[in-house]
Design a protein. Structure first.
Length: 312
């Protein structure tokens, strides 16, 4: 069970972290529409069908505007474990494994274009860097020694890249204008939304599915139970300026144990839950950003090899 809990901790961080970037996406269709009708309705406390359609169009356009320019962003994902329904021994193990994996993920992103992106992540006291450059992924544990990612490991990155481009009108539901606010002192329109839990779950499964049979089994053990989002659209440039996503995720410990090659035993039917809240703030929209292709000195082609390279 200890191995299963360690695996669960990794999936918790990976699954929630992947969804944190879901809104940074290119909509399949964009309709220009001002959010004025929806905003007026939000102010008076009512929501009309036309107002919600305007809000959805405004958010879709704002994401498309963001991805149409270079930008940098910072994000923090906080994750709180809920093991209250588990027996004491398993609960203590779960808490220990989650703490070892790290409950806070800090990321910074430099976005030149959808094909050229640099991401630095801090998690559990470790730092890793990822560069996506014209269809190829490169990784480094310290920013000096780089590996080109190939094979099944590259497939996992490919799935994550697709996840990052998920249509916001699919991921978010009931998008509603919710007044005005400010991000870093800049005026912005505020929108609230629910999370399409089925679409979010399918997206996480698509990422873990890229990790082979184990990943596919783990994907089935994860369930997005509920979620919400707050989206800020900059008044001056019309782009997303901040996004906060909160989700409650349940992990079937019996299914995770089986996927890890262990006897599920007493874990059958037990669920480990986590509340994940991620806030990403755009810090330099339209800035002069150039992503350099890393000079890779080796390749990694398996998930095991990827982990060994990053932890060496």
């Amino acid at each position: 069970m200890r191995r299963a809990l360690a695996t669960a901790a990794i999936v918790i961080l990976g699954g929630a972290g992947a969804l944190a970037g879901c809104g940074d996406s290119t909509p399949t269709a964009t309709t220009e529409a001002p959010p004025t009708t929806a905003a007026t309705n939000a102010t008076t406390g009512t929501t009309s069908t036309s107002g919600q359609a305007d809000a959805t169009a405004a958010v879709s356009t704002a994401f498309a505007t963001l991805r149409g320019q270079s930008y940098t962003s910072t994000s923090i994902t906080e994750q709180e474990l809920d093991a209250s329904d588990l027996p004491a021994e398993i609960r203590d193990q779960a808490q220990q494994q989650a703490e070892q994996a790290g409950g806070t993920v800090k990321s910074s992103t430099r976005f030149e274009s959808p094909e050229r992106v640099e991401i630095t992540q801090e998690i559990g006291g470790r730092t890793q860097q990822i560069v996506l450059y014209d269809g190829t992924a490169y990784v480094s544990a310290d920013g000096t020694a780089w590996a080109e990612v190939t094979g099944e490991a590259a497939e996992a990155f490919s799935q994550a890249s697709s996840l990052a481009r998920l249509d916001p009108t699919v991921l978010f539901t009931d998008i509603t204008a919710d007044g005005t606010g400010a991000v870093d002192g800049k005026a912005a329109q505020q929108f609230t939304a629910g999370i399409n839990t089925a679409a979010a779950g399918d997206a996480v499964a698509s990422v873990t599915g890229g990790l082979g049979d184990l990943g596919a089994a783990l994907g089935k053990a994860v369930k997005i139970e509920k979620g919400s989002a707050v989206l800020m659209v900059d008044d001056a440039n019309g782009a997303i300026s901040e996004m906060q996503i909160s989700m409650q995720i349940a992990f079937d410990l019996g299914a995770i144990a089986a996927a890890s090659g262990e006897d599920a035993g007493d874990a059958t039917g037990m669920a480990l839950r986590i509340m994940s809240t991620s806030t990403e703030t755009i810090t330099d929209f339209g800035g002069d950003i150039t992503i350099e292709k890393p000079d890779a000195t080796t390749t990694v082609s398996t998930i095991v090899g990827l982990g060994e390279f990053l932890s060496a």
